[in-house]
Structures are given as C-alpha cells and as structure tokens.
Design a protein. Sequence first.
Length: 605
Amino acid sequence: MVKTLKYIGYTILLGLAIVSLYMINLFAMKPYSIDHYLAKELTMGLLDSPEFMTYIGIFDKYNAVLKHNQKLSIRTLEDGDEDYQDSLDHLSMLKRYDSSKLTDIQKVTQKIAIFDTENNINEFENFRYHSYPFNQIGGNHLGLVEFMTDTHPVRNLREASDYIKRVEKFDESLNANLIWLEEQKKLGIFAPKYVFDHVITQLKELIAYEDSDNPLMQVFARKVDALDIDEQKSEELKTALSAVIASDVKSGFKSILGFFESNYEYANTNHGVWSLPNGDAFYEARLRSYTTTDYSAEEIHQIGLSEVDRIGARMKEIFLQLGYQVNKPVGEMMNDLNENPDFLYPDTPDRKEIVVADYNQMVKEAEEDVRPYFARFPVSPVEVRAIPEYSEQTAAGGYYQAPALDGSRPGVFYANLYDIKQTPTFGMRTLTFHEAVPGHHFQIALNQENEDLTLYRKMGYRTSAFTEGWALYSEQLAVEVGMTKNLYDELGVLQSEMFRANRLVVDTGMHYKRWTREEAMAYMKKTTGMSDTEVRVEIERYIVWPGQATSYKMGMLKILELRKKAQDALGEKFDIRKFHTVVLDQGIVPLFILEDIIDEWIATS
C-alpha cells in the first residue's frame, strides 16, 4: 500500500514537473510549437476582450469566476503603445521558427501570421490615427448598444445583473474614445462633414430615447420578463437599468456629441483619404491589407471598369430574352424594376415579418439545392432576422453574424428592411446566397467547426478578400448550378455583381482619383440601377471604410481564376466538391496563400 502511494506521488510530481516545464517554455521561452505559441497569444488576447469572450460563448459557464459578462474593454492610448511593442515582439518570435521544420499546415500558419503582423505594424507606425472611430455605420455609440442587445445573454438572474453592470461602463468606454479623438485632432484628421451630420443626428436620437423606446431597455425588459423570477425582482432590475442609462449611457453619448458639435467647423470638406496626411500611402496599405494582393489603385480601377462593361452586356442579353426593349442604360432599366410594384412587398404593418419568413424559406431551399456541390455542410443552423430599427437607416443591405462556438447561438443573416425598394423580390435570393447558403454561413460556420484547424487558424486572422470573395463567388455558383428560379433572379445576381464591380471603380475613384461623394453616387446609380437610398448608404460606407469594398470582387475573381486553373489542369479528374473542400478547409487565408494551396492540390491530384 505504501509502495503504491509512493508511485502515485511520484506520478503526480512528474506530471506537475512536466506541466511546469511546458508553461515555462510557453510563457518564458520560444514555445516548442508555433501552434501552441499562437494559441497562447490568441487566448491572452481573448482574455483582454470581455466582449469577445461573451461573443464566442464558451466562457459563459465560468462567468461566476471570470466575471467577463460585466466588463467592457476600455482602450487607452497606453494600451495602443503596448500593443505595438507586442506586435514587434510577436513578429520577431514568428520569424524564429524555421519553416523547413514546420508541417505544411504550420507553414501556411506562419505565412498568415507574419503577413498580418507586418500590416499591423506598418499601419500603427504610419497611420495610427487615419480612421474615423465614430461614423454612420460604426463606432462605440452604435456598437455598444448593438452588442448589449444582440450578444450579451440574459438567461438567468446573474446575467441580468451583469447586463446592468456592463451598461454602467458605457460612460468610461466612450470617454476613452474621446481622448483618442483629441489626439487625432492634433494631427488635423477629421471625418467628412456628412459623417459629422450623421453621427450628431444618431447621438441626439440615442440621448432623446425614453425608457420605453430605448433598445437597451426594450431588449432587456423582454428577456427579463422571460426569466423565472418574481415580478418585484423583475421591476427592480428594470429600475436599476433605467438609472444607469440616465447616469452613464446618456452622459457618455453627450461627451461624444459635445466633441462633434464643437469641432464641426473642422470637418473635412473632401471625401477621399487622399486628403489625409500621407493619404495615398495609407490607401495603398489599406488595399494591400484588404485585397491581400499587390494590385495598385489604378490597376484595380481598370479591372472594375472592365467588369462593369462585361456584366452590363450580359444584363442586356437577359432583358432582350425577357422581351424588353434595351433603349436606355442597364442601370435605368434595373431602377425601373426596383420601383415596379410587381417586385415589391406591400407596405403593410407586418411587412417585415412577411419578408423575414420568405427569406427563411429561401434559406431552406438553398440548403437543398446546393447539396450536390459540397462534401461538407455546417452543423450550426442559420436564420434570418431584420436589422434593428435604431441602425437600419444607415446600415448595409444585409450582414452575417457567426454562430457561437458552443452552439448556443445560430448563425444569423440580418436583412435591412427599412426601405421597401431595398427588397425587390428578384434580389432576395442573391442576398440569401451571399449572406447565408452557400456564402458566409457555409464558409464561417465550417471554419469554426473544422477540427483540423488550430484556434489561431479559426479565429486569429480575418480577411474580407477571402470571406467576401467566397460570398460573391457563391452568388455566381448559384446561377451556374440552377439555384436561381428564373431570369429575373439571375438579373438580381448580376445586379449584385455589378455593384461589387462598381465598388472597384468608386472606391479607387474617391480615395485615389479624388472623386467626390456625389460623383461616385452618380456613377453607381447610372450603372447599377440601385435605389437612391442604397447608393447613398453604400458610397458613404466606402468613404469611412477605405479599401474594404474592393475586397469582394478581387476575392471572387481570384477564386474563379483558381477554379479555372484547376479545371484546365485536372480535366475529367476535376471535382467541384473537392475544389470547394480545398478552398474552405484551410480556413480564412490571404489570396496569395490560397493560390499556393490550390497549386499544391493540383500537383498532388
């Protein structure tokens, strides 16, 4: 018995020694594995972001200890300086790993991490304040509210109390943003005047909300009422939140409003980032980061013009097949369709509910239609919801929110139903293909569910060149395999592709060729036939998010190029299901790395 206990003791001591050595290696030395190193770095970053911990869901069971659901990130200037130094150290460590001793997957991982880190270092060193932290589509004034209403869970009394504690930190978070704005001001960097106008209007509306209209209270009250608690406790929670909104939410919004109103005279009278200090170099860096290519702004502009011509020619062919006379620009003809009552929902009180139900039915149909072309399907479901009313006037036509890693929250395709003309029936399937199936939901959910990928490869790197390129490719794939039900549906896909090709033209037009917002709007209106509301929202988005809009079409073109390359090389051996598996199984990668992956697949097939 004594001997057995001795062996057990030795085993425990040996285990502790191994664990200790591993932890010393992981935190104090160069970790043995690059995967372990990146997982450690990502995990430490996660622990610095209570919002992200809530978003992925897997930490919530430990909330009583971690208390992350009652915290918000408060970003200071010193935090930024520390992050920069961490990036320099991070890059140095990544380069210490000998690529000849890494596995094939690890070699890809190293290339991704180095590319991403070098971009971050360049932007901090040269363009730290070249952004608009408060604008019509983003910023803490919108993001904090949306995070609380859409992501923070209220499944029990603790989470309800945490909701109030988190909202109580709005003031501190917004005042940290105010310090950043003051630093930006010293460099003479201000958002365009129309951005000032939008943000001032939004802040005034957020401040003016009564409790009954405030989305923070509306969502909270609905979730609390669904809890198994007595009515008195429920009312106490609502009263406490009301007091916090008055003392910490509205005061924070008023601080930001004061900055925008007092600096209104300095608002930028230009629209492109060329007008910022070293603006051309900033835009070049943005294009490199978002497209993950070396194309210049001029080259991207010319690709866009060529694509606009090609797509327009196909749209004319379809109009002729449908019996229309093509006696005016395609954009005008599409605008006529947009306004045709035959393709619009009646403006009834229940219009949004009807549209959402129709979208959800289209998702189900797409899931069935796409089965022969994919070997793997996401386990996580996807559903369609309307974009919240407080942000629908300035939000894009649709966007996707990934499911929680623990399966507690489905993937969600948010549709903008503010303007009737934003939802012509012939364009609904296109948005379904892009945001849900086989677009963003397939790509993102499969990425999260892929057990062969490390934590870093699942969550450590994002590029819209891949994710948005895949979503736009999905639209064309849907046409190719017959998922569109008629020629009008195909026109919807082509209109979508046309405006992504437009993005190449207008984004580079404003930020490189010095077009005005109005010139860009006129071009997009003429060539796409999108509604005035859609055009305005899109162009204003590109102004505050330079370069990102070019990633869609550049990503799609690269995936199509690689598919054609594989088809030509493999001939009868080419299997589209295998191609899709190869593209999606490596997670999110820069386009130059995706090309290497496809080349290797071709060589070994």
